[in-house]
Design a protein around this ligand. Structure first.
Ligand SMILES: *Cc1c(COP(=O)(O)O)cnc(C)c1O
Length: 599
């Protein structure tokens, strides 16, 4: 039975029982029941479920693991974390995060003015705010205002010009400056698809010469005590611990050098993000555990501090993907299987059929368990020949239709008959017998990283898990874009079930979609965000569905694009009778996704 690599990627957050995937928490509801519950509340189309308990779990795991390493190595520095808002800024994610992080003084990292505004308004008081990214004078002044509000805030400078601007703002406003951090341009670089943030040619940070210049500028202006922290970020989801260790050694030594030069207040290293998340359903791609990550960092920093005789630095982390990824799951119903056009009822055999069609029909009738796969191969060859005959004008459209139907019926029946255990037999013919599943969602909106950078996400049906999945599957979304497809990949094959959608629903789950996908997603074909719901539990373990956010109405999507809605309505009103206009108006009040047959 296929468990879709659950053991590899799910971190025990989910489990399979009675053919259903269930949440491993509180009353342990099945995803299918959550879906049905929400559908009965009137939600249509794809649904994004957010699980605050998984945000809490990740924050607790991160802090507890580092605390453990700190104890184990008798490390003198402290551990703190900030959540990089870039990873997820939506309120249904952020508020649960802030609630869960309060006890750890978990703060926020902002990389733009809008994100800084969010941090200023909502950050837990006493928790840190880190400001990274390119900054203008306005943004720097905003950080001063945050400081005035009582926030512990650090401006990490990406270039010397930002330092000059900070000096200007101090002179002009006489306000107390936030702490200053230096982003270091390491020669260490990451690996993998997100590894562009490190290395000598990276977009961000100060090189060795600039670090020395920054130090001098601060000293000359008697502001060296503002320098509290040095920072690096070598990319997201770093797959190898070696890269991280190298970066820590480099940064640890820069820290020690700056201390020796006289950076008295410097007491912290911010190790940025990079903590990996396992997305693969086939093999572990992340080659280290969180324990190894935290042990290595604490151990290395301790060693460097000892060797260079400086104080052990406090450690900050900005890993956000690790915190957010598991907390959201997208459920999207399958609308159609393409082979459903090939039903037996549609077979219209003639009195006199071409020889190959008769052969196909015989294959179909005599199909048995023993020769199922052999007959399937034969039918594929037959179809090939028949299509050639059609091109040459020897058979007609009805013959061709019969040939396609019979071949599909043979494939279906053969796959039912054989016991597919190791899939090795199936693998040989996967390409030819693929089934296309039309799914009610937009890849551009909900899985932009899959479209943009070929990022994998765990995909599986939320039911039927006690039955063999025999169809090698390609997924099509409902956008009119041929890129809106997850095509079958025989290296990482997705097998789904043969379903009669007229009789039962078939819902696919897309997992680990909580990091980056929400705001990177785009409104291609004007599909806006799916409806979303917070799935929470009361003290008795009873499920509560909260903070529901319906997918945008068509009329609102158009208004967002700055169309004049009144004008639109006027156009329709003038060209339609009252009754028709009212019906159209109702349609405009619905979301843009398709309604499933069963709804
Ligand atoms: C994007 C970013 C992060 C988040 O990294 P993840 O590994 O994706 O969590 C952290 N720090 C900085 C400076 C970033 O730009």
């Amino acid at each position: 039975m296929n468990s879709y690599g659950l053991k590899i990627w799910s971190e025990d957050n989910f489990f399979i029982e009675d053919g259903l995937i269930k949440l491993n928490h509180a009353s342990k509801p099945a995803f299918l029941d959550i879906y049905k519950n929400l559908k009965s509340q009137g939600f249509k189309g794809p649904l994004l479920l957010r699980f605050p308990h998984l945000i809490k779990k990740q924050i607790a795991t991160l802090f507890n693991t580092f605390e453990h390493s700190i104890k184990e190595y008798n490390y003198k520095g402290s551990f703190s974390g900030v959540f990089p808002l870039k990873v997820n800024q939506v309120p249904n994610f952020l508020f649960p995060l802030l609630r869960a992080g309060k006890k750890y003084a978990y703060g926020l990292e902002a990389g733009s003015k809008a994100e800084l505004v969010l941090a200023m308004a909502y950050n837990n008081l006493g928790a840190h705010i880190m400001v990274n990214g390119f900054k203008d004078k306005e943004m720097i002044h905003m950080a001063f205002l945050a400081k005035k509000m009582g926030h512990k805030i650090t401006l990490t400078i990406e270039g010397l010009n930002e330092l000059e601007t900070i000096l200007e703002v101090i002179k002009e406003t006489k306000m107390t400056s936030p702490d200053i951090g230096l982003r270091i341009r390491l020669h260490t670089s990451g690996s993998g698809i997100w590894a562009k943030s490190g290395g000598i040619n990276s977009k961000f940070g100060l090189n060795a010469t600039e670090i020395l210049q920054a130090f001098k500028i601060l000293e000359d202006n008697a502001l060296i005590d503002l320098l509290r922290i040095i920072h690096f970020h070598i990319g997201s989801s770093i797959s190898s611990i070696q890269t991280i260790k190298k970066a820590i050694k480099e940064t640890g030594n820069i820290y020690a050098e700056l201390k020796k030069l006289g950076a008295k207040a410097l007491d912290s290293i911010n190790i940025g993000g990079g903590l990996g998340v396992e997305y693969s359903q086939f093999e572990k791609t992340k080659q280290y555990s969180l324990e190894e990550f935290s042990n290595d960092i604490v151990f290395l920093l301790k060693e460097i501090a000892l060797q260079k005789n400086v104080k052990e630095p406090n450690i900050f982390t900005e890993s956000g993907r690790f915190i957010a990824a598991s907390s959201a799951v997208l459920l999207a119903p399958v609308l159609e299987l393409f082979s459903s056009e090939y039903e037996y009822e549609n077979l219209k055999l003639k009195k006199q059929n071409p020889k190959l069609i008769s052969e196909l029909y015989d294959l179909y009738l005599s199909l048995n368990k023993k020769y199922a796969l052999e007959y399937m191969h034969d039918s594929l060859d037959c179809l090939e020949s028949l299509l050639t005959l059609f091109d040459l004008g020897y058979i007609d459209l009805q013959d061709r239709s019969n040939a396609e139907i019979l071949t599909n019926l043979i494939i279906k029946k053969a796959l039912e008959l054989v016991n597919i255990d190791d899939y090795s037999e199936l693998k040989k013919i996967d390409e030819k017998i693929q089934e296309k599943y039309l799914v009610n969602f937009s890849i551009f909106q909900s899985l932009p990283d899959l479209w943009g950078i070929d990022q994998e996400f765990p995909i599986m049906p939320i039911s039927h898990l006690d039955k063999n999945a025999t169809r090698s599957a390609s997924l099509w979304d409902i956008t009119c874009d041929s890129d809106g497809e997850i095509s079958f990949n025989d290296k990482k094959p997705l097998y789904l079930h043969d379903i009669n959608l007229k009789k039962e629903e078939y819902i696919l789950g897309f997992f680990n979609v909580g990091a980056y996908q929400d705001t990177l997603g785009m409104k291609h074909n004007l599909f806006s965000h799916p409806s979303e719901v917070l799935i929470e539990f009361d003290k008795k373990g009873q499920m509560k569905t909260n903070q529901a956010l319906q997918s945008q109405k068509i009329i609102d999507i158009l208004e967002d694009l700055d169309y004049d809605i009144l004008h639109l309505e006027k156009v329709f009103k003038s060209k339609l009778d009252d009754k028709s206009y009212k019906i159209l108006k109702q349609y405009l009040e619905e979301n843009n996704y398709l309604k499933t047959i069963c709804s």
